[in-house]
Design a protein around this ligand. Structure first.
Ligand SMILES: C[S@@+](CC[C@H](N)C(=O)[O-])C[C@H]1O[C@@H](n2cnc3c(N)ncnc32)[C@H](O)[C@@H]1O
Length: 203
């Protein structure tokens, strides 16, 4: 078991939803951006999906081919228990995004609060290449990271901060920037975190 999977498994095994700073009952911005820039009939992958409710809402809104990838087995096991009735619509992948190779292609890629844990240039470049290999031309990538005025660590780990312009530059080898916004996220314990949301399109 890698350090990363051990770290995140411990968090998901020990904390309730309300003790996780990133928790949202309804992931409004993710849902709005995915509804605007992708289609329910298209395959979507959520990177570092955790135990997020995004997949529940996507299925409710008609998505039929959703892949959830996370380094934490615990997180995905919790989703699987919750969504047992929709087993056929969801694929679960326990993997570290830094080492994963896509077995197929997707039309939409979603990442909320995962890329910013990649603090080395090497890991960031590997992520961009993996995203490029995973997505067909014209496919959309929706990514939310801590902005330059966001936190400098999360869950006991250092994080990188990125504004949308920098995300655009980091992904420029394969992606064009479509739109972006800064947004404050209020945690379950009422602190505020500044996020940068960026939508990119695969060339
Ligand atoms: C801050 S949580 C966000 C969870 C979810 N995206 C959400 O919005 O609720 C970060 C998630 O990324 C996962 N994660 C962290 N590093 C990862 C990596 N290298 N590969 C895959 N997943 C990772 C963690 O297990 C955790 O579920």
């Amino acid at each position: 078991m890698s350090d990363a999977s051990e770290h995140w498994d411990t968090i998901f095994a020990q904390k309730s939803d309300d003790e996780m700073s990133w928790y949202q009952d309804v992931p409004t911005t993710s849902l709005e951006l995915l509804a605007r820039w992708s289609q329910p009939e298209e395959p979507l992958i959520d990177i570092g999906a955790g135990n997020a409710r995004l997949v529940d809402h996507l299925i409710e809104r008609g998505w039929r081919d959703v892949t959830l990838l996370d380094v934490s087995h615990e997180a995905l096991a919790a989703v699987r228990r919750r969504l047992s009735a929709t087993e056929a619509l969801v694929t679960y992948v326990v993997a570290d995004i830094r080492e994963w190779s896509p077995p197929r292609r997707y039309r939409a890629w979603h990442d909320r609060a995962v890329f910013h844990f990649l603090v080395s240039t090497l890991d960031q470049r590997a992520y961009v290449e993996t995203a490029a290999r995973s997505l067909e031309s014209g496919a959309v990538l929706v990514i939310a990271t801590f902005s330059s005025s966001g936190p400098t660590q999360c869950s006991g780990l250092p994080v990188a901060q990125h504004d949308p312009e920098e995300i655009g530059r980091l992904f420029a080898s394969h992606f064009d920037l479509v739109t972006s916004q800064l947004q404050d996220h209020t945690t379950p314990f009422n602190s505020v975190q500044s996020f940068a949301w960026t939508v990119l399109r695969r060339r």
